[in-house]
Write a protein that binds this ligand. Structure first.
Ligand SMILES: [Zn+2]
Length: 246
């Protein structure tokens, strides 16, 4: 690999470490959950930390995987049980450059109820379909006695099918997976999926909710897509100033 290519990989790895810390500081991940980036020089591979809490990830913990979830380096430490989420989404979606999987708490209720979908209630959440975020039902693929985790390529592919061409998919009784065309967009969407779920629940307690129209989801997404760096650098500073980083 040339020096220039190495530098590109190194910069993605650095940003991926920052993304891990931001997602913890913003309450999207806890001891569990993970974020990946497509490899900048090998689009058939992705970068993801070894199995560990996101807040503790450093550059040396980031591994390279193929789409089948196999680490490229021989003797690599154990990867996340659910790394198949990432590989199968990158395989299916050429436009996706980053994937965030989390169990963020306000989102899970929307994965287990019928009749109430997670829908966009505000401009920061306009990236979601006005028809509601799809829900992946693992029983349809793993039967009634699974551990609910995406622990195989087969389950990862089924999840990617449910995600389809959208920005997010809920996973019944488990969490959600959010994608982006950049790492910063994926992090932004993961944070505002959690925030939007909280706002929708609060609004529903007050009365009938007026959701964004399809046109408003398009308009707000277009405007907000120019603003990711504004929150990224704020969240990065907050994460670096957190007691966890001392
Ligand atoms: Zn999970």
């Amino acid at each position: 690999m040339s020096d220039a290519a190495s530098e590109t990989v190194a910069s993605v790895v650095r940003e991926l470490v920052d993304a891990n810390h931001i997602l913890f500081d913003q309450g999207v991940v806890d001891g569990f959950g993970h974020v990946s980036a497509r490899h900048p020089e090998r689009p058939d591979r992705f970068l993801l930390a070894r199995s560990m809490a996101p807040a503790l990830v450093t550059e040396k913990d980031v591994l390279e995987f193929d789409f089948d979830g196999n680490p490229v380096e021989a003797g690599a430490p154990a990867g996340y049980l659910e790394r198949f989420i990432h590989g199968e989404i990158y395989r299916k979606r050429q436009d996706v450059m980053s994937v965030v999987h989390s169990h963020s708490p306000s989102v899970v209720p929307f994965s287990v109820v019928t009749g109430t979908k997670l829908r966009p209630v505000c401009h920061m959440c306009g990236f979601r379909s006005e028809k509601g975020t799809p829900i992946f039902e693992i029983r349809d693929f793993a039967g009634p006695g699974s551990d609910l985790l995406i622990t195989s390529g087969k389950l990862g592919a089924a999840l990617a099918d449910t995600l389809s061409d959208g920005p997010a998919v809920l996973m019944r009784g488990h969490g959600s997976t959010v994608v982006g065309s950049t790492l910063r967009q994926a992090v932004f969407r993961a944070v505002y999926t959690e925030v939007g779920a909280r706002l929708q629940m609060e609004a529903m307690r007050l009365g009938p909710v007026t959701y964004l129209t399809e046109g408003e989801t398009v308009g707000t997404t277009k405007t907000i897509s120019t603003q990711y760096d504004r929150s990224w650098f704020l969240w990065l500073k907050a994460a670096r100033n957190s007691p966890m980083s001392q």
